[in-house]
Write a protein that binds this ligand. Sequence first.
Ligand code: PLP
Length: 395
Amino acid sequence: MTDFAATRDAFHLPEGITYLDGNSLGPMPRHAVDRVAAMMRDQWSEMLITGWNRAGWYVQPRKVGDRIARLIGAGEGQVVMGDTLSIKVFQAVSAALRMRPGRRVILSDSGNFPSDLYVAQGLAETVGAELRVVAPEEVAAHITRDLAVLMLTEVDYRTGRRHDMAALTAAAHEAGALTVWDLAHSAGAVDVDLLGAGADFAVGCTYKYLNGGPGAPAFIWVHPDHADAARPCLQGWMGHAQPFAFEQGYAPAQGIERMRVGTPPVIALAALDAALDVWEGVDMAALRARSIELSEAFIAGVEAACPELVLHSPRDPAQRGSQVGFRHPQAYAVMQALIAQGVVGDFRAPDVLRFGFAPLYNDMEDVARAVEVLAGVLRQGLWDRPEHHRRAAVT
Ligand SMILES: *Cc1c(COP(=O)(O)O)cnc(C)c1O
């Protein structure tokens, strides 16, 4: 049994705030403050350069990767941390493309996150490949024999729609292509089973449902069958077989280590490592069950109390991640009015109110309060005030 009251207690949740935005930035685990302070005080300040060996900074990207592996259905020694997700998308897609030299097509869907599409587009333009983008529900029908790589985000950042990873991976393999799965809205949100699905590459960020803090490093996973064959395109010195031999030519390290690029963000890894303590003992099937319970209760509550909102996520929970979107023509102003009352979700252009349910710390009281405040904002037209229409740089 996973004790979700205990996991909730591990976080600092500001007084008066109902936080339904863990799918953009997870809240701070209380003990992360001391962990980062200790790293600065005992390691950086006292050990200086020797910290790379004495404090294990150099091996930290693998050790933290092993802690994430369990949460995504991967094995030990298969995940490594570093860089941002956009960079890891490039690293994975370019390596996959190199493994299919006779083919030039990358297939993705229009629900994918823009950064993933931009990165793939830039890569395609650079190497003379083609990026094909189709509607999410048409992906299966577009898996053709000219595909090199199927690049998908498992859970759609806007609608919460969840792709069938096992079925699409099998179809891609049948057509001779490789798969790259972005787990940005899956890791820590749903029960991912990379090895079970037979996926080839996966990447994800750690500042959303994994609560690693703003700018926390991304992860990359390569199936063990490919780990010694995949050649990264960003051939950084930390992915070299012997980084400290300072050889002129590149030789890839064994296995997943080759996907490292440069110096890891050691301070950020300390915060992330603390955040992963909260996941110890969390059963992912129990997490998924609780996520569905929360999102189902929210949908039922909103549909009963706010008839003007239109559900923008799949109604079947099996086809949804851990977030729920509703559409409203004034979604931006509605979200600002909600935030002013302490219910924090986010707005996604052009008209979506998005609410993330993070089972580690959200509970039924959060759901009830969010429904009540949302209904009040709409009933009283509280969103239609000038201050709620002004747009900040980050929406
Ligand atoms: C959040 C998110 C990103 C963000 O990438 P960064 O490089 O970390 O800024 C990329 N892709 C997806 C699918 C996301 O949800």
